[in-house]
Ligand binder design. Structure first.
Ligand SMILES: [Zn+2]
Length: 286
């Protein structure tokens, strides 16, 4: 995908999507498609994935991700499926310890250690950050933004991962970490904030996920929600993620929403989340 010598912008400019990027940069030069320093590579050998282990058994195969061994051709990736993790992630001592050892032994190349902030954060916090990212190796999303703001490129787009039921084949999974209410009017004190920083990082996540996946050759045309594919995930990704992160970027990213769509017990995007929606929370035509 993206080698360490070239920026995402370089890759984009070699691809048909370059025209899309050029138009965007003309509209807002400061926006940019993002460069490599804006996200953490959690899945290719350029990043810490050199320590990522196979953990998932699929038939006779062992895989470094939860999914199917057979990749999905990049031309078949037409959708983004939005999620929230419905959980907060932390790290235990036993998960931090290997990273402390690797830092102490100088096993991380200086460039990588610097990338994770060793000079600013110190050894313990850097190890905790590395361990937190490594926890997401068992999580099926292709892209995820953490509560601390870190954006992870977590699985290559051609990996068939189990992130969204019927969305798995055609969609890359893009997720925001946190306990988010299905609807903001149901918000409780125990929920995570959907403040300005959360929304800004979510938008950064979505821009990076779309730009890099298109640069890899995927014809992303639509965005959908896990809610539409599962009766158990009706609040996924939740009103804040959809209304404040997805909706404002639809035109900019050239993504469409199929507002009537739902399958397998899921429900369409609700009017509670999106003023253009055609169905209510219960799935009835509005
Ligand atoms: Zn989900």
């Amino acid at each position: 995908m993206v080698s360490s010598e070239e920026s995402v912008l370089d890759v984009l400019m070699r691809h048909p999507v370059a025209e899309w990027v050029r138009r965007r940069l003309e509209a807002d030069p400061a926006a940019g498609p993002g460069d490599r320093d804006e996200y953490f590579d959690n899945c290719t050998d350029d990043g810490i994935a050199r320590w990522r282990e196979d953990f998932f058994t699929r038939g006779a195969r062992r895989l470094p991700f939860k999914g199917r061994a057979e990749p999905v051709p990049i031309e078949e990736k037409t959708h983004v499926c939005m999620h929230n993790t419905a959980a907060r992630f932390g790290t235990a001592r036993y998960q931090r310890r290997p990273w402390e050892r690797r830092l102490d032994a100088g096993e991380l190349p200086a460039e990588l250690a610097a990338r994770y902030g060793l000079a600013e954060l110190g050894r313990d916090a850097t190890a905790a950050r590395l361990a937190l990212h490594a926890r997401f190796w068992t999580v099926a999303y292709h892209w995820v933004v953490l509560r601390n703001g870190d954006v992870l490129y977590n699985n290559e787009p051609t990996r068939y991962t189990f992130h969204g039921n019927g969305a798995n084949a055609a969609a890359i999974g893009v997720s925001m970490e946190g306990m988010l209410p299905a609807r903001e009017r149901d918000r409780r004190a125990s929920h995570d904030a959907a403040d300005e920083a959360f929304v800004a990082r979510g938008q950064r996540l979505l821009r990076l996920a779309v730009a890099t996946t298109r640069a890899a050759g995927a014809p992303l045309t639509h965005i959908t929600a896990h809610r539409c594919f599962s009766p158990d995930r009706r609040g996924d990704p939740g009103e804040a993620a959809w209304r404040q992160v997805v909706v404002p970027l639809l035109d900019e990213l050239g993504l469409e929403v199929d507002y009537g769509f739902a399958e397998a017990g899921g429900r369409p995007i609700p009017t509670d989340w999106d003023d253009s929606a055609t169905h209510d929370w219960a799935g009835r035509e509005a």
